[in-house]
Design a protein around this ligand. Sequence first.
Ligand code: BES
Ligand code: MN
Ligand code: ZN
Length: 511
Amino acid sequence: MVNDIVFVKEVPQKCSVVVGVYSDGSLSDSATKLDSLLQNIITKNLQRLDWANCKQFETREFLHSSEEYNHIVLICLGEKDKRYKPAELSQLGVNIYKATEKLDSTICVYIDAADVHMPCSRAPAMIAMGLQLRSWKFDKYISKRKNKAKLEKVQFCVGDVEGVTEKFAALSNIAQGVFLTRSVVAEPANVIYPESFAMIAQQELMPLGVKVEILDENAMRQLGMNAILGVGQGSAHAPKLVVLSWNGSEDAPIAFIGKGVTFDSGGISLKPDDGMADMRYDMAGAGTVLGLLKAVALNKLPVHVVGIMALVENMPSGTAQRPGDIVTSMSGQTIEILSTDAEGRLILADALWYAQDRFHPKAMVDLATLTGAIVVALGHEFAGLFSNDDELVSDLLKSAEITGEKLWRMPLTQYFDDGINSSVADMRNLGKPGVRAGSITAAQFLQRFVNGVNWAHLDIAGVADTDTDLFPSDKGATGFGVHLLHNFLEMGVRTCSPQSDAEASGDKSGA
Ligand code: BES
Ligand code: MN
Ligand code: ZN
């Protein structure tokens, strides 16, 4: 992993370098400067490489004969006048990492804000963040790793050293949050179970000034959280509800609620063996809440944030919940359990109710690997976004546009709400036969527990852990949502006071 990223003004001696060229074959400003320092070696090689019409972020590499600069990596910056989106800059960093991880232990990147036509110090910082995000690997259980990455240190040559360094410090804090999320999501279920997860929350967040409360089974029983307790009752590991608070302001909080099923066997409605091992990452929603609070605390954001992680293992056993059981949730509403595998909505029912009941938040956002059906609908590119509030949706979509963690809004309707009525209880945890669109049914179920509070639900089943190359992460846990929601908090939600709303819109018209 690349831990050492610095920004310097001077051309460092003896370093493999990365420089940008445009798809018309011209050199970026930084590349031109370096080229003249190196007796036009870049120009000469460019002709030799016959690299006209290169594709954006494609790379080529050659060796310099002199000892100072051994590898020279050219990266295609696409069209010359292109204005990059922030998420593309992060992707540029990802591709720089992919092209250089095995080349050398140190590289020097000659790409500055002007080369990507962004006159702000955030640009090189975003590139650096993408690079850093890609460099994280989950390889602690591989005793002898062949063909290991060499890259450890990256020096970016930039004009505004101070500005970029400051911007990167904040982005790197977000990356630390992402890494924490990925590390818990990637761990197997024999290592991460409710108690060990809660311990990690304490160890990681308490030193940063986050308040960490752990509610055990007894506390949950007293609160009437029978929906969570029912899911956990078949497991040897007792459930825990972890409440995190970051009091960065006096306002009412924004609450983030995470599904933390540390392993989802399906319970008595046992899943087929095929792919069951994937259910170790069924706690990714809670993992994202954990990483988000780390990032928020490291950056000392002036916001009041509450994180609630419902941690439970869903197992079949003699004490397990049965299909047909009826439980009374903390809200007082009763639920007929038709499938013990539709457990995420059960634990979120109590967690959402608790969040609004105790904290009276301005808004609640839950994250959950809730349904396989969302992967059918949106694949691995988008998380499903469901909400009862258009402005919250608009803010989340804006943030997604900036960070590149894509969301797609899905509908909530009376038809699907009717589909979860039960003849023996207030509701059932499965849609009636023939209703289909299981992700909407699940979201509709959650909505019955938000009590009218502004709320958004992110179904992250397709994006939390993937084999695709759609994310800044390597294959495996992505840390999806940490950057997105941190950025959303920085933007300030519309549910702020009317005064700050006015200021925010004033900002827009001034820009
Ligand atoms: N944890 C699963 C959903 C899931 C599937 C997450 C694939 C990640 C990848 C969830 O608890 C579940 O089992 N959902 C069922 C719901 C069904 C029983 C209504 C599903 O999607 O099949
Ligand atoms: Mn399940
Ligand atoms: Zn599940």
